[in-house]
Design a protein around this ligand. Structure first.
Ligand code: TMP
Length: 255
């Protein structure tokens, strides 16, 4: 079924050429990978949920003035976005020690960090996405010092906003990863915008009361109830109602 030009297939999404110049369609798959592709699997209904969750978060962030690539959701698994030139740097914000941070610095998982820490990783699977400094980013020409300042400021603003939003639904925003891109305006000027997705694939979310993990760590570490965790995040965000609606993944499976 090649109705459109597939421009890129990633681990969790496929990008198609959009209907208008300068747009692309992001198709969210159920595929999940971890540890740089070493572990592969499927999380049933994840694509549908991440499409909705990312739409929700991008729209809320746009409301507080964060420039994003998001245009609109098209259907259960697809959203239309502006075609940004992706900066090959993953921006990670950490509030509580978890994941790679606990190993790198031998800090116990769950230790609150004295202040939010922003880290940069070079997006290169063949190198295992190494952690890099601003010096690497500017020397290799991946982004300018101004881009870095903007990414840093936006990342902290997004962290403040999302920490509050998730706290309001009983979830701790432990850490998350963002990607940014350059969007070229009609006058030829480039703006830094938030791109890719924000979802339980790219955030660590822990239940405030129980510290239960409600994100991709359930898949990474075989903790079980992976689908349920994604559904619960969506439900708490008010995206899925208790009774379900036409967008429930179960409805899709029954097709
Ligand atoms: P880390 O502890 O493995 O560095 O992950 C930090 C955060 O970034 C966590 O919320 C998961 C997210 N992340 C991604 O979205 N993609 C990745 O490739 C990696 C390594 C982490």
């Amino acid at each position: 079924m090649s109705r459109r030009r597939n421009i890129y297939e990633g681990k969790a999404k496929i990008l198609y050429q959009g209907p208008e110049p300068g747009t692309i369609v992001q198709y969210f798959k159920d595929d999940a990978t971890a540890f740089n592709n070493e572990k592969k699997g499927t999380i049933l209904g994840k694509g549908v949920l991440n499409n909705r969750i990312s739409e929700f978060l991008m729209l809320r962030l746009a409301e507080i003035g964060v420039p994003t690539h998001f245009v609109r959701r098209l259907n259960m698994r697809e959203q239309l976005v502006y075609k940004a030139e992706i900066i090959p740097v993953e921006v990670v914000v950490r509030n509580i020690a978890a994941g790679q941070f606990t190993e790198r610095f031998q800090v116990k998982e769950g230790t609150p960090l004295p202040r939010s820490i922003v880290e940069f990783y070079y997006k290169a699977d063949e190198l295992g996405d190494p952690i890099v400094s601003e010096e690497h980013i500017t020397s290799f020409g991946w982004a300018t010092p101004k881009d870095i300042d903007e990414m840093m400021a936006l990342a902290l603003r997004i962290n403040d906003y999302m920490s509050g939003l998730f706290a309001g639904i009983g979830l701790k925003l432990v850490d998350f990863k963002l990607e940014f891109g350059h969007l070229f305006e009609e006058n030829g000027e480039a703006r830094v915008v938030l791109a890719d997705e924000i979802s339980p694939d790219s955030c660590r979310l822990w239940d405030i009361k129980t510290n239960d993990k409600m994100d991709k760590d359930r898949f990474r570490h075989d903790l079980g109830s992976v689908e349920e965790a994604y559904q619960e995040v969506a439900r708490r965000l008010g995206i899925l109602t208790e009774t379900g609606d036409g967008d429930m993944p179960t409805t899709e499976k029954a097709k």
